[in-house]
Structure formats: structure tokens, C-alpha cells
Design a protein. Structure first.
Lengths: 528, 133
């Protein structure tokens, strides 16, 4: 997020795209609704009529996978109506002419038709966004989980820069991060192409810095991404894996391929707090301490690095993951010795510029610090891109429409989207252990439009078969007009209905993000 | 009973909450009133965060697969076996044949250590996590 979560409350216009905020980010949704109470305008771009869409002033129900044409059409309206921020474009950006030329070549009517959203609605949204003094865009996996995810994000950045809606307080572009520490895991270099603090592995200077600190040569070539590792098949490039606290056997696309790959490994070790679907395939399972049994830091979506404090002793023989890693590393001939998580953070601060001032003694006081925090005296950064972008000038990256990897056809006529619900979390490893959360919601449902349900003679709650080219699951039908005819929607939390057996493993070539928001399926009655 | 101020482990909002601890067990939670994100409010998952901590299904001992079945083992056995297997694959096929997944649920420090472990001890950049899922 370029902003802090609280800044959303002060925005005049909030544009939400591909985020089911009330379910997945309740605290962010709370700020959005507070802003609406104070008179802010809320625009929601989502194929489904989510709860947030019901609260919105404008809901743009686009066809899945047409985010780029929709945003391009909005930008064209900004240009046509003189709502572009010329001064900002002149002072802070580059490559504007390429974007302008692309937009001017667009046929607005045609583009709008592609998205399924009426042009007057797009025009209204563009005017609201363009005229606001302070506007934020919040987006989530509905933008990124597409084959054109990278272009989607770039197009959002184009829109924000064109309207000059960045660089100020309460104004910016806010990707909402899913897991509690997904931001931190990226910051820490848990990426195949990045050392900590986004220092690329291919850059000799960065690598040399880490080689000196760590005392050995480091590999130069970009590594494999998660989907490449888990989809290589039994003869794939990976022979052994170490998995810490992840459950690809439920979270990854085309699960049959994941299972085949993991079963085909020579060796698999998993450390987790429960015996997950993935751990069940391992040769060795380590019992890990959970968040209440260790100390360290998490980094939230607004880049705030905060303390995690030990409240209790781990049960049985559980050990913290840091201990397990140090033990293994010593046995493999590379000794790592740290007396505490604070000591690890000191090393992080020395090697990662954006964490340069993050020391546990500082984080212990107050509510943590937001990166970039360059040194021990730096107060942290509540919002990004004041005066300059990280790369200097903001670069416009014009993009056109890319069709999804798989479109509905005669055999599989419906379009499936997947997402999350309020009471469950990710693969349910933790939330499904909670009696009360389970009581609220303990099974997967398939949202289907009344027209489609009628065509299939379905009744509310009836179990149905959901089939794609890759697999089949059974789950309960939930008949609702929250989804349009021709679309169905479900969640990926439940191992009894592992939706990722059906999802497509087409992925974005830039970000390696799988296309979870579009695949072709068929619904059938369960034979009586 | 005493309270420990910590950070919620569910979504990316990062609420500040107090864990209630009684007789060494986490038995409840409560939002921090002044924390900038939680501001005296938690979602339903945060309010019930303690239920997974004390769950009887928690793993409590290392397991090694023997004759196809995951069987309790000592830490020494499990660590030695893992190091030996990863070492063998590294030496036979180089680090490129090893994949490491870190966790968006673990701490920064643990993620840092695991990617460092992958890049040094295992000699591979095959390190990733579920950022995109």
C-alpha cells in the first residue's frame, strides 16, 4: 500500500477493484465505510455484487478478465474531459505520449462493450475519480490473479498517475496483502529473483554485498517460482523440498499436478503446526511453534513492521522455525548462530536499506514503524512517493486487452471465480480448528445465479457436481443474484471441496501468479 | 491471568491485540484500544485466535515416515535425516534440484533465515512463498 490503512478514511473517492474487502480485509473495509459515512464516494469494480458493492455509489460489474479495457476507457474519459493532471504528468512521469496515443486510438463504445459495463457508468466513475481532491484505489487478488496480472497493476498505476492521485496524504494506490506477513516475506527476499529489500540477485553489486556479509558465493541465476516448483511433475527439475508453514496441496492451482510432483520427490520435509494436506505427503514433519509461542516481527499491508511477542511455551516438543533452520544449516556445513530474533533483525537492518532503522528496541515502543525506514533516527514512512517515485519518474506502461487463459465454451459453459469468506482463512489449517468459526461456516458453497440454477433444476443447498477439464468436486449450491448469469463463485478454504483441483494453472509471465479468477466449468446435478 | 500485546496472525491488516494467558495457556484475546489498525475492534477470526493455539491436533513431536507411515521420532533423528537427504541431493544434483517454500504466516526473522539458508547452505535461489495465492 502506498498509504496507511487509516488514510483511506479521509479520502474523498475510494475506487475498489477486485477486492472483497468486507470479507478478506475487515479493518480496511471498516475505514472505507467510515469514509462513506463522512460523505466519500465509493466505486466498486467487481463482477459480483459483493457486500461492499451493495454499499457503493457506483458498482461496475465487469466481465471477469476485462479490467484493462475498463480502466483504459476510464482514462480516455479523463483525457477527453480535461481531467488529466497535466502538471503532475509533466513534472513526475515519463512515456505519457505512448499512453495518450494508445488511448486516443480506442473506440470507447467498443471497449465498453468488451467489459459489459454501460459506458455512462464508466464515464461517471472516471469523473468522480478524476475530480476528487484525494482519491485512493484499493485492489486485491481480483486484479493480480489473471494471466495479465502485471498489466492490470500497471494499468491501475497509469490511471492514478494520469489523474495525479498519488504522492499526497490520503491519496494513492493500495494493493491489499492477503496473509498477515506476505508483505514481510517478500521484503525478506523469500523470492526467487530478489535478495532482502528487493535487491535483485542478478545485480552484481547487491550479490557482492550479501556474499561479503554471509561469507560465501551466492547463486546468480533466478530461481524457480512456487508454481514452477510444485508443477514440475515427477520428472521435474526439483528432487527435494523444504516447506515451512505452507500448504500448496490446497492453495495451488491444478492440485493433481501438485500431488504428482510432491509424491515424485526424492525427499520432502515440512514444518507446520498441524498435519496439513502437504505434511501428510512428507518424509519428515517438524512440529513448529505458533505465533503465540515465539517472538519476532510481522509486516502488515501498510508496510508497518510490528512486534510479535511470546505469550506461552510451545506444546510438547515444538520448536520455533528459526531454531529448526539453524540446526539444519549447521548440519549442512553453514553455521548460523543467533541468540534471539532481535539479533536476526540487526542483520536484516544492516543489509536491507528499507529496513535500515528497524531494530527491536525501537519496534518495542509504540506501534512499530512503516518502511522505508532508512536509519535509526528515521521516523518511518506513512505514505509513499512524496516528491519522487522510487525509480525517479513514474513510467506509463500502456497495455491492451489480454483474453483469459481459458474461456467458457459449449462443454464448460460457466465461468468460475474463486475467493475467500469472512469466517475462514486461506486453506483453513487454523480457522477450521476453531469451534466457533466452524459453527459459522464449515462447508464450501457454490454461488450460482437463479437463471442458471433454474436451467439445471437446482434447489437451494442441494449438492452439485462442479467439473472442469482438470477435475471434479461436489459442493452445495447457493442460489443468489450476487453472481451474474454465466458465472459461478466459490472459496478455496475447504479440503472436502478442493476447488484448486479445477482451477487453471495458466499464469502471468511476469509475476508467476496463477489465474484463479477465470476458468471454465460445468455444473451438474448429483445423480439421485 | 496476564495479557501479552502482540500482532494478529490472520490477514494483512495486522491488528494489535492482547492475548489472555492463564496457567501458561492462551485462553482469549482482546483488541488494543489505541492500536492504529485495530482501534478497539477485531474481526471474528481475531476474537477466536486462541482456539487454534491450544488445539489437541497440534503436532507435538517430529515425525519420520517409516514403512510408509509417519512415526514419532526424536529431534536428532529428524534433523540428521533431513540434513543428510538435502545434503545428498545438493551434492548429487546441485542446489538447483532443491526447492524451498517459506511462509507468509511466519515472522520476518524466520523468512530471512530460511531464504539465507536456501541461498547459502543449499546454494539455490529456488525460494518462494504463496504471495500470489
Amino acid at each position: 500500500m502506498t498509504n496507511s490503512i487509516n488514510e483511506i478514511e479521509n479520502a474523498e473517492v475510494i475506487l475498489v477493484s477486485g477486492s472483497n474487502t468486507t470479507e478478506a480485509h475487515p479493518q480496511v473495509a471498516r475505514r472505507m465505510l467510515a469514509a462513506v459515512d463522512r460523505g466519500a464516494r465509493l466505486i466498486v469494480i467487481d463482477p459480483r455484487r459483493t457486500r461492499l458493492a451493495e454499499c457503493a455509489h457506483l458498482h461496475l460489474p465487469l466481465k471477469p478478465g476485462t479490467d484493462i479495457p475498463l480502466l483504459n476507457a476510464m482514462m480516455r474519459v479523463l483525457l477527453d474531459e480535461g481531467l488529466a493532471d497535466d502538471l503532475f504528468i509533466e513534472m513526475r512521469t515519463e512515456n505519457f505520449l505512448a499512453l495518450r496515443d494508445m488511448l486516443n486510438r480506442l473506440d470507447l463504445e467498443e471497449t465498453a462493450a468488451l467489459t459489459g459495463v454501460p459506458l455512462p457508468l464508466i464515464r461517471q466513475a472516471a469523473q468522480l475519480y478524476g475530480r476528487a481532491r484525494k482519491a485512493v484505489i484499493c485492489y486485491c487478488l481480483g486484479i493480480t490473479q489473471h494471466v495479465c496480472g502485471t498489466e492490470n497493476v500497471q494499468t491501475i498505476a497509469n490511471l492514478a498517475m494520469l489523474a495525479g492521485q498519488i504522492e499526497k496524504e490520503d491519496t494513492g494506490v493500495d494493493p491489499l496483502r492477503g496473509q498477515n506477513n506476505v508483505q514481510g516475506a517478500c521484503d525478506m527476499g523469500a523470492l526467487p529473483n530478489m535478495l532482502p529489500s528487493y535487491q535483485g540477485v542478478h545485480n552484481e553489486d547487491y550479490r557482492e554485498k550479501f556474499e561479503r556479509a554471509w561469507g560465501m558465493r551466492l547463486p546468480e541465476a533466478t530461481g524457480l517460482s512456487l508454481v514452477e516448483m510444485t508443477h514440475g511433475g515427477p520428472q521435474g527439475p526439483i528432487r527435494g523440498m523444504y516447506i515451512m508453514g505452507e500448504n500448496p496441496m490446497l492453495s495451488d492451482p491444478t492440485l493433481n499436478k501438485v500431488e504428482e510432483t510432491l509424491r515424485g520427490l526424492d525427499f520432502l520435509a515440512v514444518s507446520d503446526i498441524f498435519l496439513t494436506e502437504t505434511a501428510q505427503l512428507a518424509q519428515v514433519v517438524f512440529p513448529a511453534a505458533c505465533f503465540a509461542e515465539k517472538s519476532g516481527t510481522f509486516t502488515n499491508s501498510e508496510r508497518r513492521v510490528q512486534m510479535v511477542r511470546q505469550a506461552t511455551q510451545p506444546p510438547g516438543e515444538c520448536r520455533a522455525d528459526s531454531e529448526i533452520i539453524m540446526e539444519l544449516s549447521a548440519r549442512l556445513g553453514y553455521a548460523m548462530k543467533y541468540g534471539s530474533s532481535g539479533e536476526v533483525m540487526e542483520e536484516i537492518a544492516l543489509l536491507s536499506p528499507i529496513y535500515g532503522g528497524m531494530y527491536h528496541d525501537r519496534l518495542e515502543q509504540g506501534w512499530g514503524l512503516q518502511w522505508p525506514c532508512w536509519d535509526r533516527n528515521h521516523p518511518g514512512t506513512p505514505f509513499l512517493h512524496k516528491y519522487y517515485f522510487t525509480r525517479g519518474r513514474g513510467h506509463f506502461m500502456p497495455a491492451g486487452h489480454t483474453a483469459p487463459g481459458e474461456a467458457p465454451d459449449q462443454e464448460y459453459p460457466l465461468l468460475l471465480m474463486t475467493g475467500r469468506i469472512y469466517h475462514q482463512y486461506h486453506t483453513g489449517t487454523m480457522t477450521r480448528k476453531s469451534e466457533r468459526l466452524t459453527r459459522e461456516c464449515d462447508h464450501a458453497v457454490l454461488q450460482i445465479n437463479p437463471t442458471d440454477a433454474k436451467g439445471l433444476c437446482l434447489r437451494q443447498g442441494e449438492p452439485v457436481r462442479l467439473l472442469s477439464r482438470r477435475g471434479e468436486i461436489t459442493l452445495a449450491a447457493s442460489i443468489t443474484d450476487q453472481v451474474a448469469s454465466g458465472m459461478v463463485y466459490t472459496t478455496f478454504h475447504f479440503h472436502e471441496a478442493p476447488i484448486n483441483q479445477l482451477t487453471n494453472d495458466a499464469f502471468d509471465s511476469g509475476s508467476r501468479c496463477p489465474e484463479y479468477k477465470v476458468c471454465a466449468v460445468r455444473v451438474a446435478k448429483v445423480a439421485p | 491471568m496476564h495479557d501479552v500485546l502482540t500482532t494478529c496472525v490472520y490477514c494483512g491488516c495486522g491488528c494489535g491485540l492482547y492475548l489472555h494467558v492463564e496457567d501458561g495457556l492462551v485462553c482469549g484475546s482482546q483488541p488494543s484500544r489505541h492500536h492504529p489498525v485495530s482501534r478497539d475492534n477485531l474481526c471474528v477470526k481475531g476474537w477466536h485466535i486462541h482456539e487454534s493455539v491450544n488445539h489437541p491436533d497440534r503436532l507435538t513431536t517430529p515425525l519420520i515416515r517409516k514403512n510408509g507411515v509417519l512415526t514419532p521420532a526424536t529431534w536428532e533423528e529428524a534433523l540428521d535425516f533431513t540434513a543428510q537427504q538435502l545434503g545428498r541431493i545438493r551434492d548429487q544434483h546441485t542446489g538447483k534440484a532443491i526447492g524451498v517454500l517459506t511462509s507468509a504466516k511466519c515472522t520476518n526473522e524466520e523468512n530471512y533465515l530460511l531464504q539465507k539458508f536456501a541461498r547459502t547452505a543449499l546454494g539455490t535461489n529456488n525460494v518462494d512463498h504463496c504471495a500470489r495465492l
